[in-house]
Design a protein around this ligand. Structure first.
Ligand SMILES: Nc1nc2c(ncn2[C@@H]2O[C@H](COP(=O)(O)OP(=O)(O)OP(=O)(O)O)[C@@H](O)[C@H]2O)c(=O)[nH]1
Ligand SMILES: [Mg+2]
Length: 452
């Protein structure tokens, strides 16, 4: 499924279904987040409706009374007729989502978006009843991912997730599924043919992804000796902004959800010896479709290899604790083992001094930052360098005067603590990682055996 509605002209009506398992603040926050997701797609949220039900499994999702009410809000284009309310329905009102008041009284909605997942048949039923396009939460997230994917890997991963989502939702053609056409495989209907095409396409994309991933793996292993830091966290927490601040790079931070879908790797700036790498990763969200989590496995491989994980949260968002739980869940799901980590309470510029103090008491090991405050950026830079230094080991390297040309190279790759000029050689005390030190000592040894 691809969005067919023209985003700029689309008025969206959001629907929340509260069940005994999903209600109260959780439902309110989730609906507010759905409004942001839908806005990211360029839709205009013109209203929200909610209903309390025992589950989201009804054939038409909603009670028929509610459906008739919504049909009026979408211009009565479907086939639903006002029917008696069913008994298990209770109307209730959620705290209003941040919908501008000038959108009220209600503008006619062109699309209806449910804040839950719908089965293919539920989606079809509700569309028939209402006569407008209907989306579920996963459909919206997949569409955002599709639009934001830039690199080949991200595009492949998202396309695989999209096709997996679309396959069971493929509809029969208007000429009728039963109609057999010339040139088709024996006995295959249009629908079966479409499904087969999707399956073939999926297999092809998966093959392509494997080869791109092998390439990425090769590149990662080349850098594997360097100290790597990964920025992880909920979407819109400020990871890309922090990445830009601590690496002096031009990675854009954007006030939209899922701005980053690829892992970008840059060196920490000001440059350190040896270099420290920082990677920015895809943001997470509640109820992230399972396929998407799986597809980002390779993108998150950077976090996998990181020696330090920076968990960036938007500390000014009242729901950041729940968001942090989601980040932990998704990382556990993709198998990112908890290496050393730091909680970064970002967007502190939006908090009062009292709020900042309260948070530091609640999270004494965290670091409070604002990517807009250069002092905070240097504090984080210093912290990263400190952790990297702790991981390094110190050793002495003997360099014959005949090989002193190598000193420049050592200085640009290692931290030189002491230089002593002796009669027959130079003695350097350096700090670096074990692998680089071993390699350097071996080349010095080869040089001296070659000399003798
Ligand atoms: N007030 C304030 N806003 C910030 C801060 N850091 C980032 N932002 C803003 O928050 C929004 C999201 O920032 P990004 O850096 O794109 O967030 P992200 O975590 O990379 O988001 P995804 O790529 O969607 O996962 C942007 O509008 C930033 O300008 C901060 O310290 N203070
Ligand atoms: Mg980002």
């Amino acid at each position: 499924m691809q969005l067919t509605a023209k985003a700029s002209l689309t008025n969206a009506l959001l629907i929340s279904i509260c069940t005994p398992q999903f209600k109260g603040d959780e439902a309110t926050e989730s609906l507010a987040e759905l409004a942001r997701l839908v806005t990211t797609l360029g839709f205009k949220v013109v209203g929200t409706q909610s209903q309390k039900l025992n589950s989201t499994q009804k054939v038409n999702v909603l009670g028929l009374g509610k459906l008739a009410e919504i049909a009026q809000l979408t211009g009565n284009k479907g086939v639903v007729e006002g029917l008696e309310e069913e008994e298990d329905e209770t109307e209730f009102t959620l705290n209003p989502v941040d919908v501008p008041s000038d959108n009220l009284p209600f503008a006619c909605a062109d699309v209806v978006v449910f804040d839950c997942d719908l089965s293919p048949s539920q989606l079809r039923n509700v569309e028939n009843q209402l006569g407008v396009e209907v989306f579920d939460r996963t459909g919206i997230i997949i569409e955002i991912f599709s639009r934001h994917a830039r690199t080949k890997t991200a595009k492949l991963q998202v396309e695989i997730a999209r096709l997996n989502y679309v396959a069971p939702r493929l509809r029969e053609t208007s000429t009728g599924d039963k109609e057999r056409q010339m040139g088709k495989g024996a006995g295959e209907t249009t629908l079966e043919l479409n499904r087969r095409a999707v399956r073939d396409q999926l297999a092809e994309l998966k093959r392509e992804l494997v080869s791109v991933q092998d390439e990425m793996k090769g590149r990662r292993s080349q850098r594997s000796e360097l100290f790597c830091v990964a920025l992880v966290g909920y979407t819109n927490a400020g990871k890309s902004s922090m990445m830009r601040a601590i690496t002096g790079s031009d990675v854009e931070g954007e006030n939209k959800l899922f701005a980053t879908l690829d892992t970008t790797v840059r060196a920490l700036f000001p440059i350190t010896q040896p270099r420290i790498l920082v990677s920015d990763t895809v943001g997470f969200i509640k109820k992230l479709p399972h396929d998407l989590v799986a597809s980002f496995h390779s993108t998150l491989a950077e976090a996998h290899d990181a020696s330090l994980l920076l968990y960036v949260v938007d500390a000014a968002d009242p729901s950041f604790r729940a968001q942090l739980d989601v980040v932990h869940e998704v990382l556990a799901e993709v198998g990112v083992a908890d290496s050393k980590k730091l909680l970064v309470l970002n967007k502190s510029d939006q908090l009062s001094t009292e709020q900042q103090q309260a948070l530091m008491e609640e999270f004494p090991d965290a670091m409070m930052t604002s990517t807009r405050n250069p002092a905070d950026v240097s504090k984080l830079h210093k912290y990263i360098v400190g952790v990297a230094q702790d991981e390094m080991i110190e050793d002495e390297i003997i360099i014959p005067y005949t090989a002193k040309g190598i000193i420049g190279e050592i200085r640009s790759n290692m931290s030189v603590v002491k230089e002593e000029y002796e009669y027959s050689h130079i003695k350097l005390t350096v700090r670096s990682n074990a692998i680089d030190l071993e390699r350097l000592k071996k080349s010095m040894l080869d040089l001296s055996t070659g000399d003798s």
